[in-house]
Design a protein around this ligand. Structure first.
Ligand SMILES: [Zn+2]
Ligand SMILES: [Zn+2]
Length: 393
């Protein structure tokens, strides 16, 4: 089967699905219309499917012969952005827009399902299709990807490998970017409470000044990465919030600081957290105040499995030609809840070129849009990877 030709044949289908989802974007855990569309399309293809975690969907293309199970994942949520594009498929939902390309991801996984479902009698293994809600909003209490894993998405049949593509505005349509090694960062947040004693601004001797202590803590936090972490290990500590004080002649009793930490592995993450705790507590103590730091869990870091990334790269090169695989791509300090799948099975997360070239707007911009030929490339690459690992090619 020539998968690229198959993908080209279904381009009108891919464009229709993508435009329909683009015109009806929904925020995380509100993707009910999107969920209905996905279920309807999978049923049309004769693929058994069910709802999972509120607005998610899981489908299974069951091969006739035994073999590996390949999971293909799309995230399906949109962003709270007012779309500024003028086009026939412009968002009909005020203040909500598919500005991160998740409409594209959804259409491509449905397209890969359409290509593969007609071949299920020749397939040795299975393809699990995961449409995951709510990627854009980190919620430490309840993560949909973590919840899908908890509910058994990686079992029955057991998943052997996972793959996902994400739209990349910096890469020309027709190309894909494969990362070997770390892909996304631990992206946790922190909250620091500095408690002292309030007083009149003219009588600092009666206060334990949290404003001054906060200034010292912010300075000292700059030593966490520069003096504690191996310079070859990327790490970021950013203080992004300083809240304190109500009047110009009052020393307040308390200051709250907030910010984010990014690291690419758990060892460095632990080192950063331990150093931060020490800096906050000891700096405040030395000034006669109390400093407390609270870490708020977000998406964990993950890396591409070396062997799986190699398999994906070979499958993609077979379809697109080696010259269209962008090499030496580096990791991002962003976060992604694909991490919860990637930490359970050998996985690969790749960037799909969607850029039209000159005048291309970046993701999360109110005028972000894609070259729709990328839908063909993405559906072909996902189907090709699944086909190569289920004995179809
Ligand atoms: Zn995004
Ligand atoms: Zn995204």
């Amino acid at each position: 089967m020539n998968i690229l030709d198959e993908a080209k044949k279904i381009k009108p289908y891919l464009v229709k699905i993508r435009r329909d989802i683009h015109a009806h974007p929904e925020l995380g855990f509100e993707e009910y219309r999107t969920q209905r569309s996905i279920l309807r399309e999978l049923k049309k293809l004769g693929i058994p499917c069910r709802k999972m975690v509120k607005t998610g969907v899981v489908g299974l293309i069951k091969g006739k012969k035994p073999g590996k199970t390949v999971l293909l994942r799309a995230d399906i949520d949109a962003l709270p952005i007012e779309e500024e594009n003028v086009c026939s498929y412009r968002s009909k939902n005020k203040g909500v827009m598919h500005a991160c390309g998740h409409d594209t991801h959804t259409a491509m996984v449905l397209g890969a399902a359409k290509i593969l479902s007609v071949k299920k009698n020749e397939m040795a293994g299975n393809v699990k299709l995961v449409f995951q809600p709510r990627e854009e909003f980190v919620d430490s209490e309840f993560d949909p990807a973590e919840e899908m894993v908890r509910l058994g998405v990686m079992r029955n049949p057991k998943v052997d490998m996972c793959a996902a593509l994400h739209a990349d505005h910096s890469v020309l349509c027709g190309k894909i970017k494969v990362i070997h090694g770390p892909v996304m960062a631990n992206a946790d947040k922190f909250r620091i409470q500095i408690s002292g004693r309030g007083a009149h601004g003219a009588e600092p001797q009666l206060a334990r000044d949290p404003i001054y202590a906060a200034a010292c803590v912010i300075q000292a936090l700059q030593s966490v990465v520069s003096r504690n972490i191996d310079p070859c290990d990327p790490a970021v500590v950013s203080v992004t919030m300083v809240h304190g004080g109500t009047a110009m002649n009052v020393i307040p009793p308390e200051v709250i600081l907030g910010g984010t930490i990014r690291t690419l592995n758990d060892k460095v993450y632990k080192l950063v957290k331990d150093s931060m705790r020490r800096v906050v507590e000891k700096t405040c103590e030395s000034l006669g105040l109390k400093g407390k730091i609270l870490f708020i869990k977000a998406y964990p870091a993950f890396a591409n499995d070396e062997r799986t990334a190699g398999l994906f790269e070979r499958s993609a090169a077979k379809l697109l030609g080696g010259q269209n695989i962008v090499k030496n791509a580096v990791s991002s300090m962003g976060g992604e809840n694909f991490a919860y799948f990637a930490r359970k099975a050998p996985s690969v997360f790749c960037w799909l070129g969607v850029s039209k070239g000159k005048g291309q707007y970046p993701i999360h911009h109110p005028r972000f849009d894609i070259d729709e030929n990328a839908l063909v490339v993405g559906a072909a690459v996902l189907a090709g990877f699944a086909a190569d690992n289920t004995g179809l090619n």
